[in-house]
Design a protein around this ligand. Structure first.
Ligand SMILES: [Zn+2]
Length: 192
């Protein structure tokens, strides 16, 4: 790496250690020409994908929006901020793994639901009902189905019955919310 003082090409690493709990490598370097020393930091650059909405539009992945949505779902719930942050980081890793340039918003929604499912039952149901309102019905029922296939947590049955109860009670006038006959677009998706 080039020396920032004299621009010589020949610099030598004289010390290297982990920082930020292992997320960063900190290197002390010394220029072989002018003997100046400087520090470099190396950390992984996560390249967030574009999010493809159900209507085909694309938008940049928005970490702030993701965190905000989860915070709203968890408002006044006994969930530690650190736990939320760890969940956000796990979702970021999931959407960047494999380096795909695009991801379905539906898929992101499923990741969020999985994390909320672990964090707080109420937050999960809140998010799920908002998600159902804004995304198409097929996507929602698919997400719920995939959650049902997850290894069972103790509260899971209760949460699912809450969801189903919600369905029965509300039966709103709008036909677009009735389960099973949304959009007409049939998705077939391989489970992984
Ligand atoms: Zn130099």
């Amino acid at each position: 790496m080039r020396c920032p003082f004299c621009s010589a090409d020949d610099t030598r690493v004289i010390d290297s250690r982990l920082a930020d709990e292992g997320d960063t490598v900190r290197r002390r370097r010394e220029c072989q020409s002018c003997d100046e020393r400087f520090t470099t930091f190396e950390h992984a650059q996560l390249r967030l994908p574009q999010v493809t909405k159900s209507d085909g539009r694309r938008e940049p992945f928005d970490e702030v929006k993701l965190r905000g949505g989860m915070q709203r779902a968890l408002q006044k719930r006994p969930v530690d901020n650190d736990d939320l942050e760890r969940a956000v980081q796990r979702i970021l890793r999931k959407v960047t793994v494999g380096g795909d340039r695009e991801i379905d918003s539906e898929k992101v929604g499923q990741f969020v639901m999985q994390e909320l499912h672990e964090l707080d039952g109420v937050g999960y149901v809140r998010f799920a009902s908002v998600y159902r309102q804004f995304e198409d019905v097929d996507a929602f029922s698919e997400a719920v189905k995939s959650l049902q296939e997850l290894p069972s947590a103790s509260e899971k049955r209760q949460q699912m019955s809450l969801l189903e109860g919600d369905d029965d009670d509300e039966a709103p006038a709008s036909p677009s919310t009735s389960t099973g006959k949304g959009g007409g677009k049939k998705r077939t998706r391989k489970k992984r």
